[in-house]
Design a protein around this ligand. Sequence first.
Ligand code: GDP
Length: 298
Amino acid sequence: MFENLSERLGGVFDRLTRQGALSEDDVKTALREVRVALLEADVSLPVARDFVKAVQDKATGQAVTKSVTPGQQVVKIVHDELVHVLAGDNEDPGALKIDNAPAPILMVGLQGSGKTTTTGKLAKRLKDRNGKRVLMASLDTNRPAAMEQLAILGTQIGVDTLPIVKGETAVQIAKRAKQQATFGGYDVYMLDTAGRLSIDEELMAQVEQVRDIVTPRETLLVVDGLTGQDAVTTAQNFDDRIGISGVVLTRMDGDGRGGAALSMRAVTGQPIKFVGLGEKMDALETFEPSRIAGRILG
Ligand code: GDP
């Protein structure tokens, strides 16, 4: 997921930790290389800049150059700063607010981002790991195939889907899902909203209407991690208009450069809660900042 970045940073820190004493210039040079590595990984410019500055301030403040293992100390500061940029103050990004049954989860995102697949993966996870009774409903009235796709996934993973009624609007389906979830004794109901190829007014207005009807406990944006900074821009747009509570980055099994993961929280203020790591229904992981930071630093 972060192979290139990890390799680049590994090289910088290898050199740094091999040296005994470090001058401030050594640290500066290393951090300049870190900045370039971040930018090459498609981390947004302000995030890369702030990151390096924060590390520099801490390194100077802690008199790194006078310490016994200066190189390792710099690596530790970089690690902690990575955790900070990934998580902010949120220590448990994978946690979902789904206590009061039936808890609505709104799944939003562009078409092709992996929204329907992720809805299935998350439903399976809630069922298997949290013992929740989950109901899924597709609101994609423009694409009957998408509705069928969710129904097929439901059968595959053993999660109920709201029966498809032809001719209903997204709002009507949302109301029916809420009713069914309430009277059917479900813990969670997940609404897979319609996607579009790009953000448009009709899409946003529809998602807003649905949001106002169900008052979601979680609004999760699904974005394709391979799209780098576009993923971050998409998240920003959805957050401005709809208000999201977290992000799921998909296709992190691919050869993306990982920049979206690093910029997301700093730019949008929203945490990444899960990452998609493949097409299979169990290819979903919680996004654990310290583990990811460890992975990046190799
Ligand atoms: P939607 O239009 O947003 O609902 O997208 P879909 O859920 O239909 O997914 C589009 C394609 O991406 C499908 O072929 C999925 O199997 C695939 N996909 C979804 N998530 C992932 C992921 O995390 N990794 C990989 N490699 N493929 C994924």
